[in-house]
Design a protein around this ligand. Structure first.
Ligand SMILES: [Zn+2]
Length: 115
């Protein structure tokens, strides 16, 4: 059933959609589709950057093997490298900056100087 939630990222009110997965710990909050798309885009860009770094770090034999993997497999392996602690990865707030927000309105609320 569709719920009305407040996006903890851009601050917009939105309706959940079929297949929506709760993205926020706080009641009444979630992440809207636009922000989810931007985050995914941002994460994929980071993963693609990481894919390049992993490829560079491989020896010739493994690089040849790596090149036979499709994009999704390479991204999954890049994620596995992060999970295994082989590389560190930070989710950046660039998608919020693109939305014109320095930081999450959710986090900024209350901390904002109203003067
Ligand atoms: Zn949003």
């Amino acid at each position: 059933m569709a719920k009305r939630l407040h996006c903890g990222c851009c601050g917009a009110d939105f309706r959940t959609w079929k297949g929506y997965v709760d993205q926020d710990q706080d009641k009444g909050y979630g992440i809207c589709r636009k922000c989810q798309d931007l985050m995914e885009e941002d994460n994929n860009a980071k993963l693609d950057d990481l894919r390049g770094k992993i490829r560079e770090a491989l020896n010739e034999k493994n690089r040849t093997k790596w090149d036979t993997y499709d994009l999704e497999t390479q991204r999954s392996l890049a994620i596995k490298c992060i999970e295994d602690g082989l590389v560190t990865f930070a989710f950046s707030p660039t998608h919020m900056e693109r939305l014109g927000l320095g930081q999450s309105t959710h986090l900024a609320r209350g901390a904002r100087d109203e003067s």
